[in-house]
Design a protein around this ligand. Structure first.
Ligand code: CP3
Length: 346
């Protein structure tokens, strides 16, 4: 199907764009009353993820309401661990937790390698969304990075220190490698399913990358991200490693197209580190609590620092649930109305 708005894909491939594409991580979610209404009509988050028609509906909401240049399929990174035999629960206001976790090396052997069919609900949601989008904007598929999933499977939820996960990495590196490989194999099968169902671009979220040292990241994340990138030579892949300012150069050396950046990573420095690759990011989500004037100024400063080409505007992490959707719209419109001919570095 021909895309009417393919700015995101052209920017990802490093092709020239007449304006900067923009979308927001977590755009499908609690900021929209329309999302909360759909979720309230079901038993909760999980049922929404597993009901393709409703997941497609909330995927489309930000395209219609916020005017963003991409849709991201509504699901969660934790479906992958569930497909491997470690189900998650989503507790209202508290976040995810795992009733069962990886506590010993034998638990890793008991996990299965998931297949694309294990995630049929998300793949169906992608098919429905594709149809309903009718080429308006590209559709982003996603998964968590193997390292970030390992953290959830070992900790059973979020953590301050992630010491349980790091203990496994540092004291049982072989077992940790086995677990990371199983997650990687499942993730590749899942992402392949997403591409076959109609995802145009893939983003991999390494949300806990910032807790590792550069050396540990080279050992426990980079090789698995490499396998994921190499599995998709024909689809643009974005790697977003939150907090891993130290790893931008090694991430950019992988066969991916886009490097996601957070607000700790100065755009000019990122540009030097990643060379020709496309950059995405990186406004602090808290800027959207400010006045329209403040948002405009901060967004313009961000664009001037990144330059207009090989750039996808976004926040530096997911939008916070208590953000006013009108402020989000203002951010989106500020990027879309920015006249790139005024830039030196266009
Ligand atoms: O709009 C989109 O970005 C698409 C949907 C999406 C969700 N989760 C839906 C969701 C995406 C891309 C994710 C990714 C995800 N999930 C990540 C990586 C990105 C990041 O934030 O670093 C992580 C770490 C998770 C795990 C997760 N899911 C947590 C920690 C939480 C609780 C925190 C929170 O934001 O509430 C979730 C729940 C979740 N995933 C919600 C949504 C819309 C909120 C649940 C609700 O509706 O109450």
């Amino acid at each position: 199907m021909m895309l009417k708005n393919d700015l995101l894909l052209r920017a990802a491939r490093g092709e020239k764009t007449e304006r900067i594409p923009v979308w927001l991580m977590r755009q499908a979610g609690r900021i929209l009353p329309e999302y909360r209404a759909v979720r309230a009509s079901l038993s909760g988050f999980k049922e929404l993820v597993e009901t393709p028609e409703r997941a497609a509906e909330v995927t489309l909401q930000p395209v219609d309401i916020l005017g963003v240049d991409a849709a991201i399929i509504f699901s969660d990174i934790l479906v992958v661990s569930e497909g491997m035999g470690l189900p998650y629960e989503m507790e209202e206001k508290k976040g995810p937790y795992f009733p069962k976790t990886i506590d010993q090396v034998q638990d890793i052997d008991r996990l299965r390698t998931g297949k694309a069919e294990d995630f049929h609900y998300t793949l169906d949601a992608i098919r429905i969304t594709r149809k309903e989008l009718n080429g308006r904007v590209p559709l982003i598929g996603f998964a968590g990075a193997p390292f970030t999933l390992l953290c959830y499977m070992v900790e059973g939820g979020g953590s301050k220190t992630f010491s349980k996960s790091k203990k496994l990495l540092f004291t049982e590196p072989e077992a940790a490698g086995k677990l990371l490989q199983k997650i990687t194999d499942t993730t590749i099968a899942y992402l392949r399913g997403q591409v076959e169902a109609g995802a145009d671009l893939l983003q991999v979220f390494d949300s806990w990358a910032g807790i590792l040292s550069p050396q540990a990241y080279e050992k426990f994340s980079i090789p698995f991200l490499r396998q994921i990138c190499e599995a998709f030579p024909d689809v643009p892949v974005t790697l977003f490693a939150k907090g891993a300012f130290y790893a931008r150069k090694s991430l950019a050396a992988l066969p991916c197209q886009v490097i996601g950046t957070d607000w700790n990573m100065p755009p000019e420095e990122s540009r030097l580190l990643v060379g020709e690759k496309t950059l995405q990011g990186n406004l602090d989500p808290c800027v959207l609590y400010g006045s329209a004037k403040f948002i405009t100024e901060e967004t313009h400063a961000m664009i001037r620092a990144f330059g207009a080409q090989r750039y996808i505007a976004n926040l530096g992490h997911g939008v916070y649930p208590d953000t006013d959707p009108m402020k989000v719209r203002h951010f989106v419109e500020t990027v879309q109305q920015f006249d790139i001919s005024t830039l030196q570095n266009r």
